[in-house]
Ligand binder design. Structure first.
Ligand code: FES
Length: 104
């Protein structure tokens, strides 16, 4: 599948990835080191914050209370913000567009 990832500098790159693991790992493994993901995916750091193109919202899993609470702590939270480590990468998400959110 292909992910369309926009960096903090506003550059978008189309990246081919296998539909496995989490969205966070796919972003990290493709050299986007600005996605810090400090806790390694256990939903406790919020440094894997991304803003998803709202047209893909219906394809995403529901947000847990933990994820919601962590996102609330960010000054950069948007309507379609998510923690990328909480999104399993499936073939449904082919073409997914997202933007890496700035840290706090
Ligand atoms: Fe820490 Fe996602 S990597 S919350």
């Amino acid at each position: 599948i292909t992910l369309n990832i926009e960096t903090l500098e506003g550059e978008t790159r189309a990246v081919p990835v296998e539909p496995q693991g989490s969205l966070m790992v796919a972003i990290r493994d493709n050299g986007f080191s600005e996605l810090q993901a400090l806790c390694g995916g256990c939903c406790s750091c919020a440094t894997c914050h991304v803003v998803i193109d709202p047209t893909f919202t219906p394809k995403l899993p529901a947000m847990s209370e933990d994820e919601d609470g962590l996102l609330d702590g960010s000054d950069h939270r948007q309507e379609s913000s998510r923690l990328s480590c909480q999104i399993p990468l499936t073939s449904e998400l082919d073409g997914l567009k997202l933007r890496i959110a700035p840290g706090d």
